[in-house]
Design a protein around this ligand. Sequence first.
Ligand code: ABN
Length: 174
Amino acid sequence: MKWFDDFFEKQSRRVAQSASRRSAVARLGKLMLGSAVLLPVLPFDRVAKAASGKPKSKINDETSCEYWRHCALDGFICSCCGGSVSSCPPGTEVSKVTWVGTCHNPNDGKDYLISYNDCCGVTMCGQCFCNRNEGERPGYRMGVHNDVNWCMANSSNTYHCTVAAIVGVAEKRG
Ligand code: ABN
């Protein structure tokens, strides 16, 4: 094994001659300083980390704007205001007129007719504002426009929130 010892001795001497201890320390210092300055500003993908826990679908959450029945709701969600998806909060009155949209239910693959009645008689709820407009048309076609106060025909026109009641299943075109 003498050749082995000789080889490593020679290599070590060569390195020791070409690189002083001071320069080695200086290089090490630069490396440490560089890491301290650069690493915190490198563009880590924090979004990917945050999303690693699978995002929960809100498609069946009645208080969410993403709820499937809310596909054309423009207003405050009644489920956040003391009511439910199909009943007005206590103290309010359901609107006499409404507009009906069509939403796809991903749970059973069917399309449903949804009546977006406003609940009237109490000041605006202010919770869970939602503005989705699937199938909605501009205001000059009022019957298919959702940015309307449907409390207009009630004894009190004061708008509180909007429900989304199922009123039928859309038939498939043959
Ligand atoms: N249908 C909800 C609503 C109420 C008042 C004004 C605009 C929209």
